[in-house]
Design a protein. Structure first.
Ligand code: ZN
Length: 564
């Protein structure tokens, strides 16, 4: 059995751990009886099917309806209605109940937003989120709702979730036997829509994030077959343009503490979201790049960091059983929520400080034209680390079946401890640009203003003409570069140097003295790695301006100051 230790006993627990290490569960192992005893209508679909099935959106609604009868702490938010007319619900859990963002703010409690099924074939986080919601609403973690507002959205991609297909174990595991598909009903990957915001789903999610302003956002995933030795992995925003404070808080403080808690309370080893890099064995490095984590903003978790907020992606390995993967997500989520209940003020302070510093640096330094921020970056080494790994993880058909499985004896039991690997997870900026005091663009671009506002960026219009000093960008060439499955737009050209230009009343103005300054900079800069230009948000506008047929001026002006 697992022992639950209150946060106040942390010091004692560490002492105990030093004397007697906790039992660690490897491979497919889980502790007996870990789910607890629940009435039938609160048992999840995996619990009721021996972990061979995952829920549909309708089953989620049925489960929420049952939970409503057992708690006063639940408000259900209908986040959006999908392209196939399905409602995506979120559970807002707090004691007392908070039915609106205004009441959440008035409560003074930190708000967490925990999400599953952005990729429905990776449904273990969704199922674990129901178990956590059950603990918070009607179980052993009820007291945490006195200190937190926890918003749980188990199924983000509702249409993909309900597009069921049988699976053959290609993701690494045989269970569950039937799963949803990765994309939404338009064939779009919702975890590439964080900058361009073209889907109903992402726009619905962002409306909720804008309104509730969660201090922390978590998105749960699975990585197919891997040969590291961890039950779960975690990462945070690595867009170099994001304020460094929240990222440093995650890496230096929250991640190590939650990692220890997961080991101590749940008997699992968890570590950074990365994979081995380099030929041969042992491998030379532990690399974010190899796990397809990037410095781009296209992932919701990466993009959320541009808001000065805390963000986490979790990724379980693919080959363990569905039960083991749910347990791994449940352990991480539970330890995280307990950590947030104990350290909410400290977490909130990291976020508030980043907001204040972002605004202050614009006010104090932008007009000097000396303030700069990153357009792109790469991962470098944080130093040498030890990593748990399996030399072999062999996929093969399970004899007598048409299911792909793991060869017995590979990727099981205690892994090897691999010494002295390069920890290639430190994001470092590689190209930068001047951060202006603001951006100006013409009244003929209301869609651009709407896109910025969808990202929670304040945009106003000039109520009188203005003569402004600043810089424009002359585009010499517009081209498409294939990158990670997408045709990204790239602009070649150069800035004008400081010039003066007149703007009429009605011109859109983005004053960067706002907490969203880093996001606005990254989306609007013409040469950011994957801003609005990169994701094609401005393709039609740029083509209409004659880009490609000769020299054209980028329609967004970098504003330094008003002149007479
Ligand atoms: Zn995923």
């Amino acid at each position: 059995m697992i022992r639950f230790l209150p946060a106040a006993a942390l010091g004692i627990a560490l002492t105990l751990y030093a004397q007697s290490p906790p039992r660690i569960y490897w491979g497919d192992e889980v502790p007996a009886g870990w789910t607890g005893q629940w009435p039938d209508d609160l048992r999840t679909v995996p619990e009721r099917t021996g972990y061979t099935r995952t829920m549909s959106t309708l089953q989620l609604h049925e489960w929420i309806a049952a939970l409503k009868l057992r708690t006063e702490s639940l408000h259900v938010l209908n986040v959006f209605t999908s392209p196939l007319r399905k409602v995506a619900p979120a559970l807002v859990l707090s004691n007392p109940r908070v039915p609106s963002p205004a009441q959440a703010r008035a409560s003074g409690k930190p708000v967490l937003f925990l999400m599953g099924n952005i990729h429905p074939p990776e449904s273990e986080a969704a199922e674990a989120l129901l178990m956590l919601a059950r603990d918070l609403a009607a179980g052993s973690r009820r007291a945490l709702l006195d200190r937190l507002v926890v918003i749980i959205m188990p199924i983000f991609n509702v249409d993909g979730t309900d597009t069921f297909v049988t699976q053959n174990g290609g993701l690494g595991s045989e269970t569950p036997h039937i799963l949803g598909v990765r994309e939404n009903s338009q064939g779009l990957d919702l975890n590439r829509d964080a900058v361009k915001l073209v889907t109903i789903e992402a726009n619905g999610l962002y409306r909720a994030l804008n309104a509730w302003d969660p201090m922390l956002f978590l998105d749960g995933h699975l990585m197919s077959r891997v040969n590291h030795g961890y039950a779960n992995t975690y990462g945070t925003t690595t867009v170099p343009a994001a304020a460094p404070g929240p990222r440093e808080y995650m890496n230096d403080t929250l991640f190590p503490a939650v990692r220890d808690a997961v080991r101590r309370q749940f008997g699992l080893e968890v570590f950074t979201h990365a994979l081995f890099a380099g030929e041969g064995w042992p491998p030379a490095a532990w690399s974010h790049d190899r796990a397809a984590w990037t410095v781009e903003a296209k992932f919701v978790v990466n993009d959320y960091g541009l808001r000065n907020r805390l963000a986490i992606i979790t990724e379980t390995p693919g080959q363990p059983t569905f039960e083991r993967r749910i347990y791994a997500q449940y352990a991480y989520l539970s330890a995280l929520v307990e950590y947030a209940a104990a350290h909410g003020a400290q977490m909130q302070a990291a976020v508030t400080k980043a907001d204040a510093e972002t605004v202050a640096s614009i006010r104090e330094r932008a007009e000097s034209w000396q303030l700069r921020n990153w357009l792109d970056g790469e991962y470098r080494s944080r130093g040498k680390i030890d990593v748990l790994g399996y030399r072999e993880n062999v996929a093969e058909y399970k004899p007598g079946t048409s299911l792909m499985s793991t060869r017995p004896g590979t990727a099981s039991g205690p892994p090897e401890v691999l010494k002295g690997l390069d920890d290639l997870t430190l994001p470092v900026g590689t190209r930068d640009a001047v951060v202006p005091r603001g951006y100006l663009f013409g009244a003929e671009y209301p869609e651009l203003a709407a896109k910025l506002r969808a990202h929670n960026i304040a945009v106003r219009t000039l109520d009188r003409p203005m003569r402004a000093e600043g810089e424009s960008f002359a585009i010499s060439r517009m081209r498409k570069v294939r990158s990670a499955g997408y045709d990204m737009t790239v602009l070649d050209g150069q800035f004008s140097g400081l010039i003066t230009r007149d703007f009429p009343a009605g011109t859109f103005f983005v004053d960067l003295a706002q907490p969203m300054a880093n996001a606005a900079f990254y989306y609007l800069e013409p040469q950011a790695r994957d801003g609005f230009v990169g994701w094609g948000v401005l393709d039609a506008t740029l083509e209409a301006l004659g880009t490609g047929k000769g020299e054209a001026t980028y329609p967004v002006f970098k504003f330094r100051r008003e002149v007479q």
